[in-house]
Design a protein around this ligand. Structure first.
Ligand code: MLT
Length: 409
């Protein structure tokens, strides 16, 4: 028999969202008439913007005609999309990012996992706790950790707690770390990073020769004008940071699949012999070898979000989800819960009532109120006793959900 990658055997639990799905399915099979409202996984519910679907339809029509048909596109993405991203997402905010530093892909989840291909085995890796589980699990799979302890923490990783006790602001690592995952607006806590916070991280990375893996998948939900949307709004970030962005939550592409990763040409890593190596060149090599690009109609649809009508339509949907978050936040606060996030993010993070464990609260909500959320402990040991609710839903479901909360609390 063939040997397997034994690092997979260290994974302490199944991937969080399939595990929730399994429990919900078991409940629904046993209670087929229950009207279950799902506020667990952050998956969009509203349709693509008309500007997006029109552009996708037109692109499909181009593919139907020999003279405009296209085969393989550039692996890094079409220029029309990379240029629209550079201009609207970066130059418009005073951040210096060139179109050829943008790699269009099929998702930030994939990119944030795949990026480990180009980094060495011996890097010390820091993550926040709680954290988007993909950052941890992909490092386990790549063999960068020891086994998990009883709390689910893996040996070798540096965990930086973010809880109500420190206002969800992580301390800088006490030791030198090489790779740092940051996600702002944060999944799962919904909190944001100020310019000063990001400046401290950039300075830390400059001092220690570290690389920051900055996940900005939720930047479109920022409502506070003082909060940076990109790490490249911070001086010096081009030499120390990679940024992941996605059209999934910004424009409803969780099913259509389109995202991008920015790797500035100023960012360097080092080889064992001490040579400085361009991270951009390594990722370009990896991307061209293992990826054939996002489909042309999807890239045309993504580019349409930067047209005047596309911008307006996409903003309306984001405002709609943010209003859902407000409904949840205000109702749960009135019910006496401690509630965080949900102002610059589509996630509301709450302390479980009566000190219930995260999974006990999950089970209670599911069984008594037919509501699904995400147990905070699924995001890390410091998420224990917390719970995440997603605002991606219809208004009717959100209003019904808060009425159900009121009944059981
Ligand atoms: C979440 O619920 O945390 C997200 O949907 C996960 C993802 O974007 O992969």
């Amino acid at each position: 028999m063939t040997y397997i990658n034994e690092h997979y055997l260290k994974l302490a639990a199944g991937y969080l969202f399939p595990e929730i799905g399994r429990r919900v399915k078991a409940f629904c099979d046993a209670n087929p008439s229950a009207n279950v409202i799902r506020m667990g996984i952050g998956d969009v519910t509203e349709p693509l913007a008309p500007a997006v679907t029109q552009a996708m339809h037109a692109a499909v029509d181009e593919l139907a005609v020999r003279s405009s048909f296209k085969g393989y596109g550039p692996e890094q993405g079409y220029d029309f999309l990379r240029e629209a991203i550079a201009k609207n997402d970066y130059h418009a905010r005073g951040a210096e990012v060139d179109a050829d530093e943008i790699f269009v892909s099929d998702g930030s989840k994939c990119d944030s996992g795949n990026i480990l291909d180009i980094f060495g085995e011996d890097n010390v890796i820091a993550v926040l706790d709680p954290v988007y589980p993909v950052y941890v699990d992909t490092n386990v799979m790549a063999g960068h950790t020891g086994p998990a302890d009883a709390s689910g923490r893996y040996g070798g990783l540096v965990y930086l707690p973010v809880t109500a006790d420190n206002d969800f602001v992580p301390e800088l690592p006490k030791q030198k770390v090489d790779l740092i995952y940051l996600c702002y607006p944060n999944n799962p806590t919904g909190v944001v990073a100020t310019k000063e916070m990001l400046k401290r991280w950039v300075e830390y990375a400059q001092r220690n020769g570290s690389v920051i893996l900055y996940d900005a998948a939720y930047e479109a939900f920022i409502t506070d004008p003082a909060i940076p949307h990109s790490i490249y709004e911070i001086d010096g970030a081009r030499e120390v940071a990679i940024e992941f962005r996605s059209f999934s939550k910004t424009a409803g592409f969780t099913g259509a699949r389109c995202a991008f990763t920015v790797i500035p040409t100023d960012l360097k890593g080092k080889a064992r012999d001490g040579r400085e190596i361009s991270i951009h060149s390594l990722w370009n090599r990896r991307h061209c070898t293992k990826f054939n690009g996002v489909s042309y109609p999807v890239q045309r649809g993504a580019a349409a979000i930067y047209s005047p009508e596309g911008k307006r339509q996409v903003q309306e949907t984001i405002d709609f989800y943010l209003a859902n978050a407000r409904v949840v936040r205000e109702a749960l606060t009135k019910l006496g819960l401690q509630v965080y996030g949900g102002v610059n993010a589509p996630y509301v993070w709450l302390k479980t009532p009566g000190n219930l464990s995260s999974w006990d609260f999950f089970d209670r909500l599911l069984h008594e109120a037919h509501l699904v959320g995400t147990p905070g402990s699924g995001f890390g040991a410091c998420g224990e006793g917390y719970f995440r609710l997603s605002a991606f839903n219809s208004r009717a479901n959100v209003e019904a959900a808060v009425r159900r909360f009121a009944k059981i609390l």
